[in-house]
Design a protein around this ligand. Structure first.
Ligand code: MG
Length: 404
């Protein structure tokens, strides 16, 4: 009897207080199943509903070895496509099918993808702090652990660290609640931060920064130029996806390397930037774009244009998603860097076989497929909070909503 999909389920769990969604695809072969990351933490219930109510009826009875055909079918089934909910639900299924393929071949996924081109995956870590001293001390701790690339953020995303005027003094009467920041004080503080970090650590350490789309296009270009003397590894999300056409102007004016893309869902957002060689690193969140099938194609497209990969790897990627990132990193020649948020002991207990960080490099399990499992009984002990996110309600001093 040929292999069939028998069940598709969404498992929601929050061992680190961040809602995660993992899809489990079961098959007609006893004990053969796959796991995939479908984490859209801000709308996890919507993704879980899509998986249980639409993916399951669409996929039960289908042949799990037909990964490409299933990806195309699931993509067009709802007619409207390329959104974050459908992309994540599709990713959960897609990664699970690749996990099943690896298990059937008795190979770790990186081997199925063509084999290792490096032994470990170099990562960057986040050094955030409220003061220069705090950021610097976190950088120091990472360096002592062998980390070679560090992201430095002062006072959070576009925060008012180093501000000469408090945000409270700048607001109009009756201002709405929100995560306020001042673009001018933010730009000044980032330049001062990089000057301080280079003063303390010199130039033998790679440093990067995430603008989190907090600036207007010309402000972003001015910041990228002002940061040139500090030789960034990359400047990330200097512009929102809606203003991607401005990267042509930025590229002409600065040699600061540009990373972009964690918010992209649609190939029409990133293809022109790659084709035009307007960015240095593609930062897509693999589950947002629909899983490993499109991510492999994207990595290959980037290779042709000299763009390197830097897949999004924050706390709102499940360990299953991190494992998928690492398998792709290990086997992609044009891999650049991997963001690594770090895993807590609770996450490692719920997901046996988590990738491991040692001396600045992450390693995956060599077990077949993704090499990671989920303890469903333990996962159920960490329910997800349905509280709405507040940090996405970002505002400028006069109260105008900004991109988060
Ligand atoms: Mg980012």
């Amino acid at each position: 009897m040929s292999l069939k999909i028998t069940d598709v389920r969404a498992i929601c769990t929050a061992p680190q207080n961040i809602p995660l969604v993992v899809v489990k695809v079961e098959t007609s072969e006893p004990g053969l199943y796959g796991l995939g990351c479908a984490t859209y933490t801000q709308r996890f219930l919507t993704v879980a509903h899509e998986v249980e109510h639409y993916m399951k009826p669409l996929l039960v009875g289908k042949d799990p070895t037909r990964i490409e055909d299933i990806w195309q079918m699931v993509t067009v089934s709802p007619y409207w496509r390329n959104g974050p909910v459908l992309g994540n639900a599709l990713s959960g299924v897609d990664m699970a099918l690749w996990d099943i393929a690896g298990k059937r071949a008795n190979m770790p996924l990186y081997e199925l993808f063509g084999g290792k081109v490096r032994e470990g995956v170099r990562v960057y870590r986040h050094a955030d702090g409220r003061t220069m001293q705090e950021v610097g001390d976190r950088v120091q701790a990472f360096v002592e652990d062998g980390v070679q690339v560090v992201r430095v953020q002062f006072g959070g995303y576009g925060g008012n660290g180093g501000a000469r005027q408090s945000i409270e003094d700048m607001k109009p009467e009756g201002a709405c609640p929100g995560a306020y920041y001042d673009p001018l004080q933010y730009q000044n503080s980032v330049i001062e931060l990089f000057a301080a970090m280079r003063e303390r650590f010199g130039y033998g350490l790679e440093l990067c920064h995430d603008v989190h789309e907090h600036l207007e296009p010309t402000e972003a270009i001015r910041l990228a130029k002002a940061l040139e003397p500090y030789r960034l590894f990359f400047l990330e999300d200097a512009l929102p996806p809606e203003q991607g056409a401005w990267f042509a102007q930025m590229r002409q004016q600065t040699c600061t390397p540009i990373a972009m893309g964690e918010l992209y869902n649609n190939p029409s957002e990133y293809v022109p930037l790659i084709q035009g060689r307007l960015i240095d690193y593609i930062r897509c969140h693999i589950s947002q774009i629909g899983g490993l099938t499109p991510a492999r194609k994207l990595a290959h497209l980037c290779e042709a244009f000299g763009v390197r990969t830097a897949w999004h790897g924050p706390g709102d990627v499940s360990p299953v998603g991190h494992a998928a990132n690492i398998h792709l990193d290990l086997s992609s020649w044009n891999f650049g860097i991997q963001e690594w948020a770090g895993l807590t002991p609770a996450l490692e207990d719920v997901f046996p076989g988590c990738p491991q960080l040692r001396h600045g490099y992450v390693y995956v399990s060599d077990k077949p497929g993704l090499g990671i499992d989920i303890d469903e009984n333990l996962a159920a002990k960490f329910p997800c909070s349905e509280a709405l996110p507040t940090w996405t309600n970002s505002r400028r001093p006069d109260g105008t909503l900004a991109r988060p």
